[in-house]
Design a protein around this ligand. Structure first.
Ligand SMILES: NC(=O)c1ccc[n+]([C@@H]2O[C@H](COP(=O)([O-])OP(=O)(O)OC[C@H]3O[C@@H](n4cnc5c(N)ncnc54)[C@H](OP(=O)(O)O)[C@@H]3O)[C@@H](O)[C@H]2O)c1
Length: 353
């Protein structure tokens, strides 16, 4: 996660370029302390509208994406996320959520590429609300004819998948890639993008989601609940490790001698480090073995959000939406994601129900 860029920035008066009279308050999901979503999230009916800084836009959020990263920040777990700048004792960001799709309402000083009325998607601060602030370069025009619920599902999971496939694994046509967690938020994008790069994709997921992973374009699907991955005897040019927290030695045995392991994430790895120790060990070991072992934190940038838009516009990428919850059910949506029940993505609809 890109912690620095999500921190609130110094406030300054925006240029008065509103598309019309805006309300002074909004409906928003807020939290004052870390904890389980059901315990700490509540709906505020009269939350003040956020103020934009220079280089930012105020957007009217129509839909907001929910992902594991949001759960981590709501829970304050692993504790690493607190040290990373999201608040030690209590959350710095009162309104959770980052991914959004909606409309630009107001632009701040120095914004040149966006204007009020533009239909956009991207990464904001506090997207679990009717209005949110976003820096200009994390906001892109919505893909053609894509409903906001689908556009809001794309940004963070999509750019993580894109960067994992393109920049970290550097997949080439004809290479064999194993995607652990192909049915999840990141994996459902990574499976499609790896296929688009011409790789032969083996997706790993649980029984109920196998059909969906096949429909995403995976050439082979392995059900991790029915035996070991080693049973197939296959070796891969690259592994994207998005779920399951397998040991480095198990993953290395599945790789070819010059293969690349890219650790994206994995849950249930402890409250303190949340699996970052495994990522650190991979990076420390990498110079001493023939395989390349990498872990990475996705970079939130508009260029890659625009690249995802292009993929969607050209029909090569489609977000998979499992469920859309109304904004007031944000805690149920976050818990649904945290329990691992979603196939693909979960989204909030901010319209009053
Ligand atoms: N590095 C970064 O910058 C970055 C960015 C975004 C997310 N992440 C991290 O990446 C991880 C995945 O995020 P997500 O949003 O995709 O989560 P998600 O939607 O919950 O998906 C998790 C995936 O892991 C699979 N899985 C669970 N247990 C498994 C096992 N034993 N073997 C193989 N697969 C297993 C799940 O399959 P079933 O559902 O079929 O069981 C599902 O496909 C999280 O830890 C998240 O924090 C990292």
């Amino acid at each position: 996660m890109d912690t620095k860029q999500r921190d609130p920035e110094t406030r300054q008066q925006p240029e008065a370029t509103s598309s019309g009279a805006l309300p002074s308050t909004m409906r928003a999901i807020v939290q004052d302390e870390f904890g389980q979503a059901g315990d700490v999230l509540r709906m505020e009916q009269n939350e003040p509208l956020p103020e934009i800084a220079g280089g930012e836009v105020l957007v009217k959020v129509r839909a907001a994406g929910v992902d594991r990263g949001v759960w981590h920040l709501i829970a304050g777990l692993p504790y690493m996320v607190r040290i990373a700048g999201f608040g030690i004792r209590r959350p710095k960001l009162r309104v959770p959520g980052f991914d959004f799709a909606g409309r630009v309402e107001r632009v701040g000083n120095g914004v040149t590429s966006l204007k009020p009325g533009d239909e956009v998607f991207g990464i904001a601060r506090g997207s679990f609300a009717e209005y949110a602030c976003a820096v200009e370069d994390k906001v892109v025009a919505t893909p053609r004819n894509l409903p906001p619920e689908q556009a809001a599902a794309i940004p963070i999971s999509g750019l993580t998948a894109l960067q994992a496939v393109r920049d970290q694994a550097k997949l080439k046509p004809g290479e064999r890639v194993l995607i652990l967690g192909a049915s999840g938020g990141v994996g459902s994008f990574a499976t499609q993008i790896a296929r688009d790069f011409g790789a032969e994709v083996t997706g790993v997921c649980s029984t109920d989601k196998a059909e969906m992973v096949r429909e995403l374009g995976a050439d082979h699907v392995i059900d991790y609940t029915r035996g070991s991955l080693a049973d197939t005897g296959e070796k891969y040019d690259a592994i994207l490790d998005i779920g399951g927290n397998r040991s480095l030695s198990e993953l290395r045995r599945l790789l070819k001698p010059k293969g690349r392991l890219v650790i994206v994430g994995g849950e249930d790895a402890g409250k303190l480090l949340g699996g970052t120790d495994r990522q650190l060990r991979a990076m420390l070991l990498s110079p001493f073995v023939s395989q390349k072992l990498r872990a990475f934190v996705s970079s939130e940038n508009g260029k890659d959000i625009a690249a995802l838009k292009e993929l969607v516009d050209s029909g090569r990428l489609k977000p998979v939406i499992d469920r859309t919850f109304p904004l007031e059910q944000a805690s149920e949506a976050v818990e649904y994601v945290a329990e691992g029940r979603a196939s693909g993505k979960v989204v909030l609809d901010t319209r009053p129900s």
